[in-house]
Design a binder for this molecule. Sequence first.
Ligand code: COA
Length: 260
Amino acid sequence: MSYKNLIIDYDDNFAIITINRPKKLNALNSETIKELHEAFKELDSEKETLVIVLTGSGEKAFVAGADISEFSDFSVDEGAQLAAKGHKTVFDFVENLSTPVIAAVNGFALGGGLELAMACHFRVASDNARMGLPEVSLGLIPGYGGTQRLPQLVGKGRALEMIMTAGMINAEKALDYGLVNHVVPQEELLDFCFEIGEKIANNSPVAIAHAIKVVNAGFKTNVNGYDSEIEAFGECFGTADFEEGTTAFLEKRKAEFPGE
Ligand code: COA
């Protein structure tokens, strides 16, 4: 499938999605949101894709937010629909994807850009990255999950300070806050993500998919994360990956997971 605003590259078991609107600092217009949904759906269905890395084109921005020019004249209903559709098709979709997604934050990650990075399973930033949720400076609040995921990652007080000031934090502070897991020089960003990706790709894709689901379950209301864990733990015993993983251990060899 070809995309207007995305570039998809493959490297062994990795797929790299690059959001490619550099002149608009990779701002998320509705077409890009739609394409992101299609791309994640397609890559998640490919058995050979074990890890997805998401980044922005150029050296300046990951994503500078939702495309402000598209919603400046929206009504109350249109605003609510914009958020609901985004949650469903991209932000919740990515968070709940079976395939691990690493955000390689290569510059500005603002508004919807930071929200997209936070929907990924974890984040690595380049040393020039700057992150923030500036929506209140536009008379809005974050609408793609930022009010929920930022407090989960950095704590309520830090999240509210970032949201209320509409300010940006640099990569070092994001690391200190736990918003990103690592900070590396920009030219090393993708290779660093691949290094982590290789470690992930050695393990059972089925078990990883269960782990993502169960960790997410703990952040949902009306779902008991511990119960979800017990159920998924049991399910693992019925998988070919479990059989291969335990057999390989006992035979003192490296496991070759079938991903089933
Ligand atoms: N939506 C639409 N267009 C955007 C955008 C966004 N979120 N962010 C940047 N752009 C566009 C600019 O309008 C400009 O387009 P133009 O050249 O056609 O005028 C282009 O990207 C470059 O941005 P510019 O503002 O000139 O770059 P800068 O280096 O001076 O500033 C930022 C960089 C990120 C500080 C600034 O672009 C910015 O504040 N962007 C908006 C961030 C935001 O509020 N995001 C939340 C949206 S809900």
